[in-house]
Design a protein around this ligand. Structure first.
Ligand SMILES: [Fe+2]
Length: 241
């Protein structure tokens, strides 16, 4: 199987379309989203519709549930709160219901998905500390776990209770290892690379590939400004922060 896994689209239609176009030129057996389809960007409805069109299996991000009116046990900054309120006004009731039904985790025979961490996924922790990496590995009962939320693309590997961060974009999976993959962000990367991020897991080739794709950042920025959002939400896109 060749799985495509991506996360944190955040209402950025230009980035999502570029990722889908790149994926549709490849053989892909299933699309998976680790949450946060909405929030920060100016095209929440269109992003939801694109996810529905490609029949991506999605789990809940903190922004998805907040927009849908579900209680979320994580804090939002002022910009995030402002756009969550705006998004809740502009998307349809059906779209809110779609977001509200996302589960916190997903599991199949090959991998597990969570938005932030497997440890208390309802808390939406960021996978930014060694402890969170370790706790997620401790709970992992598949070879691979995919997450998003921090918007930083990276791969951790655990072998014989030793955890290492991988420096390569393509990893060949070893039998005695398990992997924790942050797939990065489609619509608002924060790893100082502005290109949209996604990931391919090929179970036959036994590889995980971190991918980046260029998109029309200026167009997404213009829409953010036209919607009346804070300028910082537009400028950060070209900086990847
Ligand atoms: Fe998130």
């Amino acid at each position: 199987m060749r799985y495509a896994i991506f996360s944190d689209i955040h209402g950025n239609l230009e980035a999502l379309n570029a990722v889908i176009k790149d994926l549709q030129s490849q053989k892909i057996d299933g699309y998976f989203c680790c949450g946060d389809i909405v929030g920060y960007g100016a095209d929440p409805s269109k992003c939801i519709q694109r996810i529905q069109e490609i029949k991506a299996t999605s789990i809940a991000g903190n922004h998805d549930w907040a927009v849908a009116g579900k209680p979320v046990l994580s804090r939002f900054n002022a910009f995030a709160r402002q756009i969550i309120g705006w998004t809740a006004q502009v998307i349809s009731d059906e779209e809110k219901e779609f977001l509200s039904e996302f589960p916190l985790t997903f599991k199949n025979d090959d991998f597990v998905l969570a938005h932030g961490t497997l440890h208390n996924p309802e808390m939406f922790h960021y996978l930014l500390s060694f402890l969170h990496v370790q706790w997620t590995f401790d709970l992992l009962d598949r070879d691979v776990c995919f997450v998003g939320h921090s918007h930083i693309q990276e791969i951790f590997c655990r072998k014989d209770n030793t955890i290492k961060k991988n420096d390569l974009y393509t990893v060949s999976l070893e039998k005695e290892c398990c992997y924790l993959v942050n797939v990065g962000s489609v619509g608002q990367p924060r790893d100082r690379q502005p290109d949209a991020a996604y990931c391919i897991y090929d179970t036959k080739a036994k590889t995980i590939e971190l991918k980046r794709v260029v998109y029309d950042i200026a167009k997404a920025q213009k829409k953010i400004i036209a919607a009346g959002f804070p300028e910082a939400l537009a400028s950060r896109l070209s900086l990847g922060i």
